[in-house]
Design a binder for this molecule. Sequence first.
Ligand code: CP3
Length: 333
Amino acid sequence: MNSLHEIIINKKTSFSPIWVMRQAGRYLPEFREIRKKNPNFINLCLNEKLSTQITLQPLKRFDLDAAIIFSDILMVPHGLSQKVEFKKNFGPILGDLNLDKISKISELEFSNKINPVYSAIQRVSKNKLLKNKATIGFIGAPWTLLVYMINRQSPKKKLKRHFFKDKFLVSKILIVIEKFLKIHIKNQIDNGANVIQIFDSWAGLLKEKDLLNYVYTPTLNLVNYVKSLNVPVICFPREIKNYKKFCEIVEPDVISIDYNVDPTKILRDIKIPIQGGLDPKILLTDKEKLKKEASKYLNIFKDHPYIFNLGHGVLPETDPNMMDYLVKMVKDY
Ligand code: CP3
């Protein structure tokens, strides 16, 4: 059994495994090297040899407990034939959303279009570096994908004014997204993913009254689907105001918390295993401060099943030596 499963399934509290969101990426010089030669990010994600190599890069350096496959939540709109591009220093830009076209895509067409992602998962999960470690597959939550598909770029602080205007479009797109997310989950699991994480990066943008329709219900459907395949599911509803209510309704196997969550309060509020929390900016300070802040989480969760992680992705300006220090510190705790 891998160490993430020990925490999630057996509810072990004697140790905390560690992996880091965005662990394969821009803070690693060996990633930047590959990236320089591959200006098209989507094509890089669809290069099974390179995406396997990138996924394994952080595991070669650090004693992490899981690999998260090098891909992106926006591979799903790409698979649905909406244009997705990544502009330097800006982020993703999506093309026009054509409901007719999207509604006609078949399961086979979708799976074929992003098949290299699944082949990479298979390669990673079979690699000897993954012995006793988890292979994490992931999806963007329906809400976060809807945001990108309609907004066509990161919303920064708020949604465009007429985001919900076309109710028909919104509900149709949600149905299509849910269908293809299930296919994407199944394909990842069939190829060796043994944990699924659902990223809802824009959950914090919604008002309380809209959470049921756009976050709770669609996410619950997917959580139940992952559970039906006997694989544990981690939810990260970033900056949602009420994590307790989210857990009560959606019932993920693990809840991943952002860095604004008070760890003591969440420990009081919920019973399920917890992941994450540390502010990634702490990795930009010094070892003493890093040790102090990371110990805070380890101490608070010492009698609770806890997977060490950050409260959001590791920042590109992070010194890999700080990551090394963090991983060793968590392991020696
Ligand atoms: O965690 C990992 O190491 C696995 C790979 C992974 C990437 N994106 C690679 C990536 C994962 C799990 C994601 C998830 C993702 N992608 C999310 C959810 C998590 C979060 O950050 O909130 C979101 C919202 C996206 C969409 C996305 N992809 C944005 C907004 C951007 C640009 C800004 C940024 O953070 O870099 C990306 C690009 C992206 N995805 C990069 C990587 C390594 C950088 C690409 C580059 O080299 O320019």
